[in-house]
Design a protein around this ligand. Structure first.
Ligand SMILES: *[C@@H]1O[C@H](CO)[C@@H](O)[C@H](O)[C@H]1NC(C)=O
Ligand SMILES: *[C@@H]1O[C@H](CO)[C@@H](O)[C@H](O)[C@H]1NC(C)=O
Ligand SMILES: *[C@@H]1O[C@H](CO)[C@@H](O)[C@H](O)[C@H]1NC(C)=O
Ligand SMILES: *[C@@H]1O[C@H](CO)[C@@H](O)[C@H](O)[C@H]1NC(C)=O
Length: 274
């Protein structure tokens, strides 16, 4: 082996050690993932937000809930500096092990606040579409009031059963949540769902070494985040991003603009884009 080829190998090995995945945001969906995405981009990182590119989810879901390999799931993270949104938050232990210098950020977010935030996402996005469909179906087939909602719920459930590994791993299904139920989850499921959130938050706090964990209150802005990541504080104000909130004027127009931006949205049971 020539000296120059050894040098190339050494440089490649060095590049691999020097760079690499830096930070995982381990908060639940709807807990500030989009704001964190924007903030990390401003800091010069290249983050993966799985809600903006849900087609990247299958290898992770197959690893977590099916027969997928760890290697394939992990290979995704080698292409980014940071990650957030489901199911990446569930993979914090694998990530800490795969990237020994990586860190974890966990938001301070009470379970009730998170629940409302998750529920609002469905209220603002899924339900209006559902309402339109139900009105239409009711008028055409003269179905008794609200039978259509039960049908919708059944369609969602069927969807979950049809591809367990994938459907089990979004909309907090892994915590047995069913926010798609417009009439609300039954009390028992409600509790399982909240317990799942709480257990995740507790697990992150007990299993991530304190030196690698930032428990972050978004109101505190840049200072703790930049200190944790060893980066200078930017001039611009700390961002706020939520592309899926009720102030969004027109769901359809937004869907189109998302597609133009290359943001892929979640499929609905009808196969349309949400
Ligand atoms: C993994 O499981 C799915 C069903 O869940 C099956 O269709 C697929 O063939 C399996 N793949 C391998 C490599 O075993
Ligand atoms: C985050 O910080 C703000 C401002 O200091 C405070 O009002 C709020 O209660 C904090 N949130 C939590 C969940 O501790
Ligand atoms: C039908 O369901 C909607 C949405 O949950 C609710 O607002 C409405 O009161 C229900 N109507 C009847 C007749 O039960
Ligand atoms: C489920 O939890 C939400 C949020 O805490 C609450 O508003 C709702 O009443 C609960 N539903 C049931 C059936 O307990």
């Amino acid at each position: 082996m020539s000296f120059s080829s050894i040098l190339v190998l050494l440089l490649a090995a060095f590049a691999r050690c020097a760079g690499g995945f830096e930070v995982l945001y381990a908060g639940a969906p709807r807990s500030g993932t989009q704001t964190m995405y924007t903030a990390l981009k401003i800091l010069g990182l290249n983050p993966l937000h799985s809600g903006y590119s849900h087609k990247l989810r299958p290898p992770m879901c197959e690893y977590l809930y099916g027969n997928g390999t760890r290697e394939k799931a992990m290979s995704l993270f080698h292409e980014y500096d940071a990650a957030m949104d489901e199911p990446t938050q569930l993979m914090f232990e694998d990530i800490l092990e795969e990237f020994p210098k990586s860190k974890v950020i966990l938001p301070v977010m009470d379970v009730e606040d998170w629940y409302v935030s998750e529920q609002n996402y469905f209220k603002d996005w899924a339900y209006p579409i559902e309402h339109k469909e139900v009105e239409l179906a009711d008028a055409v087939w003269k179905v008794p009031p609200n039978v259509s909602y039960d049908v919708w719920d059944a369609v969602w459930e069927m969807q979950y059963k049809s591809d367990f590994t994938l459907d089990h791993c979004w909309a907090c299904r892994y915590w047995d949540c069913a926010f798609y139920k417009e009439q609300g989850m039954p009390a028992e499921q409600n509790q399982t769902c909240k317990d799942g959130y709480q257990a995740h938050m507790d697990r992150v706090k007990t299993r991530v070494p304190p030196s690698r964990l930032l428990i972050f209150n978004f109101s505190d802005g840049w200072a703790p985040l930049c200190h944790f990541l060893g980066r200078p504080i930017p001039e611009e104000p700390f961002p706020y991003t939520d592309k899926f909130n009720k102030d969004t004027p027109d769901v359809e127009a937004l869907s189109t603009s998302f597609l133009q931006d290359g943001i892929e949205l979640l499929p609905t049971p009808r196969g349309s884009e949400l």
